[in-house]
Write a protein that binds this ligand. Structure first.
Ligand code: DP6
Length: 327
């Protein structure tokens, strides 16, 4: 019998319209729809091997055995796959990322997208892209968006099957660039999973949800029309609304550092004063994702390196999707 093993790679993604808060935390059914693109050069590569002679699942992340909550989260995800395939046995999971954690690039999205594809393929399950995206969502919400390629929309949906992400424009359509300005490498105190659970305690979250579909539609249309000015306005608006919710929940989450705010002003100045095609968006941490057109990227990257407090700038181009690879 051939070994029940498969290797998959998946990229992280950057959201242009954000996911923050769930209608159902256990199933990660989001309170609002979101839009992102994958980051091509970055990837998590995961090998899953299922065996009947193991006493438990084991998980290696960048060479170190996982334990505690990190291990439990993966085991819980493997349980979904075991149930889908009616398989009784355990898995060895070996995962490597080519991008460091603590750079403000969500590692859970790439990790659960690669895990979902490798774990199902190893058992011979042939899931559609939509089914795979919904499965990845159970592990980490944003992982749903790392399954398809190009510009991706993740729908809220009414139930597990309906909440998945799909491509609505190709990367070739608009090869945008994400310049990640790293201002801190320390680990965030409150991760996104706890953050989603706090979102509803903000008096602003209801207003954010009520207006999310309109921003989603505006962003999608701006991408389809390659209208950067319109994209910049809606991306920054959506980002600011999310951070307003974060700042006003119980407990309040203030991810920005002084350098974060300095970069916000800088990016706006480059766009408004110098006419550059550039805008910012920030996840659950202090580092700033500076989104630029290919024409603007080189000069902006050089500018970013000169901003006080910027430790490093990592460049990632839009592209990539989860795929099976030969180990
Ligand atoms: C701020 O997908 O990381 O980056 O489902 O708990 O793993 P979990 O949360 P996660 O949340 C991402 C939050 C965000 C915005 C976004 O990527 O849309």
């Amino acid at each position: 019998m051939s070994a029940l093993t498969a290797t998959a790679s998946a990229p992280p993604n950057i959201a242009l319209i954000k996911y923050w808060g769930n209608r159902d935390d256990a199933q990660r059914l989001p309170a609002s729809p979101s839009i992102s693109f994958n980051l091509a050069e970055l990837q998590t590569r995961t090998t899953v091997t299922w065996r009947k002679d193991l006493a438990a699942d084991s998980v290696k992340v960048n060479g170190a055995l996982a334990s505690g909550p990190a291990l439990e989260r993966v085991v819980h995800h493997l349980d979904h796959v075991r149930r889908l395939a009616a398989y009784q046995g355990y898995a060895q999971v070996d995962s490597e990322s080519n991008f460091p954690i603590g750079t403000g690039i969500a590692s859970s999205a790439a990790a659960f997208a690669a895990l979902s594809l490798a774990a199902t393929a190893a058992l011979g399950l042939e899931l559609t892209e939509r089914e795979l995206s919904a499965l990845a969502r159970l592990g980490s919400g944003s992982a749903a968006r790392s399954i398809p390629g190009g510009f991706v929309a993740w729908y809220t949906g009414d139930c597990h099957e309906d909440s998945y992400a799909e491509t609505f424009a190709s990367v070739e359509h608009w090869p945008l660039i994400d310049l990640v300005a790293v201002v801190s490498r320390t680990h965030k105190k409150t991760g996104s999973t706890s953050g989603h659970a706090i979102a509803a305690t903000s008096p602003l979250q209801a207003a954010r949800i009520a207006t999310a579909q309109a921003r989603f539609d505006r962003c999608k249309a701006a991408i389809q029309a390659r209208d950067f000015q319109e994209l910049a306005e809606v991306v920054e608006l959506d980002n600011n609304v999310m951070h307003a919710v974060m700042m006003t929940g119980r407990p309040p989450l203030l991810y920005w550092q002084p350098e974060t705010l300095r970069l916000i002003h800088q990016v706006r100045e480059w766009r408004e004063r110098d006419g550059r095609h550039v805008c910012y968006t920030i996840d659950a941490g202090p580092n700033v994702h500076v989104i630029a057109t290919p024409e603007a990227a080189e000069a902006i990257e050089a500018n970013l390196r000169g901003v006080p407090g910027v430790l490093e700038v990592r460049q990632a181009t839009a592209g990539g999707k989860a795929q099976l690879v030969n180990p």
